[in-house]
Each structure stands twice: as C-alpha cells, then as structure tokens.
Ligand binder design. Structure first.
Ligand SMILES: [Zn+2]
Length: 532
C-alpha cells in the first residue's frame, strides 16, 4: 500500500495549483487551477492534463480563486465525473467566476483567431467555453467547515477556515492505514492562508499533528509591518488624498472578489467620514459587481464600526456593467476612482483605462495585490518606463503606487507561525505556491526552528513523491515533465522580446537626429543579418 503525490501545478510558481494523490483506493485532486503569468506557463492550460481526467475519482477544492479552480471545467469536459467537494461560499463564488473565466477565454481566443486568420495561421479553440463552465457546476457538492466527509473508500477530509476568501479552506486529509504503524496517514493542504486582521475574514484555523503539511509560500519572503483595520484605512486615505491632489483619476486594478469589496468598504467609509474628498467610485467589472452582490448578502465584518451592507449600498458607488458604460468613464477627467479587473492588469477593462491614462502624470495607479512575474502589473510595480498594451507602446508617466495592506495572503512570519502551529509534523513540509525568492524566504523561517532542514521540500512542476515511506521519496520523473524546470521559473522569451522592443524604441527616440537614428537601425540590422 502506498500514497503518492504528484505536483501538477503551483510548484515554484504561484498559479495552477493542483496536487494529485494516488492510493489503492483511487485518485484525488486537491485543486485544479489555471496557470497565469508568463506565456510559457499559460500554454500549459491548453495542453492535456498530466493524468487522465476520467481516472480522477474526486476533487477537493480549497477556494474559488481561478488559480485554484480555473481548470475544473476542462477537467469535467475531458471526462472527470466524480464530485468536487467545496464549501458553500466557494460554490456560490465559483457559480459565476468559472462561467466568467470561460467567457474571457472565448473572447480572448476570438481575438487571437482574427489575428491568426490574417497571418494564415490555424485556428485555436478556447481552454473551455462559458457553457462548459456552467456544465461543470453540477459536479460540486457542499461541505461544512470542521466536519469529516468521506471522499473515497478509506479516505476522508475535513475543511478548516483559511481566512483568505469567502469560503476558503485548508483541507485535512486522512488515508486510513497508510501511516506509521497502520495509523492513518495525515496530510494538511493549506490552500491560501489569509493574513491576521483581515476585514471580512476571521484568522486562519487548522488542527495539529500531521505526517505532511503542504503550505503555500506566496509572501514567504515578505515581512509586513503589523496592521490594524484603522491603520489600513489611514494608509488608503493617504493614497487617495495624494491621487486627488494630482487632479487625475485613481485607477485600481481590481482583484474582483473580496479585496475589491474590502477596498470599497474602506473607501466609502473614508468618504462618508470626510477623511477624503468624495468622488464617484466606478466599479467597472461585471465580475466584481456580481461578487459585491454576494458580499452584500453574506459578508460580515470583523470590525464593529463597519457595516458592510450599508457601505456597499452607498450612492458614491457606481456599477458599470456594459461596455458602453465603461467607455463613458473614459471621457471623465479630474479626480475619480476606477476599479476594474484584472488585478495583475493581464486582461479585462483595466487595460483600456491604463491605455487611456498611463502616459498622463495626473493619473495614479494603485496596485493592491500580488503581481506575478511576467504580468503587466509586475512591470509597472518594477518601475517600467514604458509598457506594451495590445501591441502599442505606452509611456508610463502616471504615479505608480502600491499598497500591500489589503493582501489576501499571510506574510512570511504569519505563514511560519501557521506552519509551527501545526506541529508535530512527522515527515515533511512541502513548500508550494510561491516563486523561488518566496520559497527561500519561508524555508529560512521554518528550517531548524520548526522542522529539520532535511524535512523541507520545494518540489518542481510534475515532481512525484512516495509519501508512505518514513521520509518522502522522490520518484524519477525526468521523462514526464511538461516543462524543463528553468522554463517554469524564468521570465520567458516573450517578456525578453517586449523589453527589447521597448529598449530599441527608447534608444532611437533618444538619438540626437534622424542620421543618428539611421545609424542605430543599420547596426541592429547588421547584427540580425550576421546571426542568420
Ligand atoms: Zn487564493
């Protein structure tokens, strides 16, 4: 008898979360997330799964975020017909987030196919359609927090509030008779862990005493100053005041679910209390509007002075559902607030607003969450002087600001405390869902103090480990990797290409005159010719 795990995603990256557990009783997935970030990673979404979907017996879903749930419709379409276990909050959010993801994929592929047709390239089909996403919702089955549920013969699971998002969970899994001395083998998959002092979620909870803990590491290298609800509002007020003083719009790339509602609640509270000038707040994201409705119904605040329902019904808040409404916002000038998806500026209406405003020094862009490597948001956060949006080069003159207080993720010390609180951990801690730097940061915080160095593992994509042995045993997988390890962690060539084009434009523009420009162009041409 044995239990084997394969890391099918979120290994040395923060997206595509997916662990495959295999035992005599069957095959079990924890999460089935979409890959985001570099084009190399995103290409994985179009490829076959590294397992047969029909062979999977059940899915345990930690939470609704697309990097954890976003490939479920494809899994179902390709033959999975078991149950997807999730909390009711997760199911309510997935019921519109997955169809939305399907519709985004359909429209992205439609654009791509128009371009491909012009270039004589073959058509591609979407990862899945909106209709396929709707069809996958039938597979969901609700679970209660803190209550055992039988998943497969001899395998049971229990969900614990992870404090990260409405419905989010860490999942405790027991494989009967697979542990030391025929005890159950006990595993905890963290999902994403929320920070302390979150406005709309309690602190993360989970039991103790495991053979293995799989922990996310997103902010493993970050040590944030301690925060309270009041301090967070103060920081936001300072940003809003500075943006209004610049007399331009405040653009907030929105993470549609939860962070957007937290920001809205705080923004409106600040306006109603006279701490910042009042102005219309445009929520320019059909997805965020749907999510806001869910929060208006279900959310409660951990701060007694904040009435979520009342604030989210404020007249300052304007919903723009349609494309025409969205375009109308672009005609405004002066101070106003626009929140539009996506949070990392990878897609969605924020890209139109950025195109309209980035070159303008009166505008402010406020980044409010994690920006994955290779995303437009990350380029802005890293201080790019110009960026490319829809093939067009845009100078960055807007004020680029960042506020990490609204993170949905625990920081390094909070993650380390969360891991420590799970002890005893007998056989190993797997660090997942983090970029290299973050993994190293979390590793440093827990190694020796919490677990011996030899028991901390940072698996690569598609790594397989035998878990029934006294220490986890890697199984040789060189043949079965979908990507060479370097491709997972490196910025891929598409990003290098974007940078190169921007550099060339910069140099040519900075040249003294047309003659000097001609010289640069001829030199580049010679370099190209010499290479061919
Ligand atoms: Zn998440």
């Amino acid at each position: 008898m044995s239990v084997i795990v394969r890391f099918c995603g979120a290994a040395r990256t923060v997206t595509g979360s997916c662990h495959l557990f295999q035992t005599a009783a069957g095959r079990l997935l924890v999460d089935c997330g979409l890959f985001q970030g570099s084009k190399t990673l995103k290409a994985l979404n179009y490829r076959a799964f590294p397992f047969r979907p029909a062979d999977i017996d059940a899915v345990l879903l930690t939470h609704a975020h697309i990097d954890h749930s976003g490939l479920l419709p494809k899994l179902v379409r390709d033959g999975f017909d078991g149950k997807i276990f999730a909390t009711q909050g997760t199911i309510d959010l997935c019921s519109f987030m997955l169809p939305d993801a399907g519709s985004i994929q359909e429209s992205e592929v439609a654009t791509l196919n128009r371009r491909n047709a012009a270039r004589g390239r073959p058509e591609v089909s979407p990862i899945y359609t909106q209709a396929e996403a709707v069809a996958s919702l039938d597979r969901f089955q609700a679970v209660e927090y803190r209550t055992w549920v039988d998943v497969l013969p001899g395998v049971r699971a229990r969900y614990w509030n992870a404090g990260h998002l409405l419905g989010s969970a860490s999942i405790e899994i027991e494989f009967a008779g697979e542990g030391i001395g025929r005890e159950p083998l006990r595993i905890l998959a963290s999902g994403d862990i929320g920070p302390d002092a979150k406005l709309l979620e309690p602190d993360a909870e989970a039991p103790t005493d495991f053979d293995y803990v799989f922990t996310e590491s997103t902010y493993g290298a970050v040590d944030r100053p301690p925060i309270t609800a009041a301090l967070r509002r103060e920081h936001l007020a300072a940003e809003v005041l500075a943006a209004s003083a610049a007399r331009g719009p405040l653009l907030i790339p929105a993470f549609a679910v939860e962070r957007t509602q937290e920001l809205l609640v705080d923004l409106i509270a600040l306006m109603e209390r006279g701490k910042v000038p009042t102005a219309p707040i445009f929520l320019d994201s059909p997805l965020a509007i749907r999510a806001t409705e869910v929060f208006r119904q279900h959310a409660s605040s951990t701060d007694p002075e904040i009435d979520v329902r009342q604030l989210l019904s404020s007249p300052h808040l304007r919903f723009s559902e349609t494309v025409d409404e969205s375009k109308a916002i672009a005609r405004l000038s002066g101070f106003h607030v626009i929140m539009a998806g996506s949070g990392m500026c990878e897609a969605g209406r924020i890209r139109h607003h950025l195109k309209r405003w980035l070159w303008n020094g009166a505008a402010t862009v406020l980044l409010v969450g994690f920006q994955a490597q290779g995303t437009l948001g990350r380029f802005l956060a890293d201080g790019a002087k110009a960026v490319r949006i829809q093939g067009e080069e845009i100078k960055v003159a807007a004020r680029i600001r960042r506020i990490d207080d609204y993170s949905g993720h625990a920081d390094g010390p909070e993650l380390a405390r969360w891991v420590a609180a799970r002890r005893p951990i007998r056989r190993g801690v797997f660090l997942v869902h983090g970029e290299e730097f973050a993994l190293a940061g979390l590793s440093q915080r827990i190694v020796e103090r919490t677990v011996p160095t030899a028991q901390v593992f940072a698996p690569l994509l598609d790594d397989i480990y035998e878990l029934s042995t006294l220490a986890p045993t890697p199984i040789d997988v060189a043949q079965r990797r979908r990507l060479v390890p370097e491709a997972v962690v490196a910025l891929d060539w598409h990003n290098d290409m974007s940078r190169l084009i921007l550099d060339i434009n910069d140099r040519i523009e900075a040249a003294a005159d047309d003659r000097a420009r001609g010289v640069i162009i001829r030199r580049l041409q010679r370099a190209l010719d010499a290479d061919s």
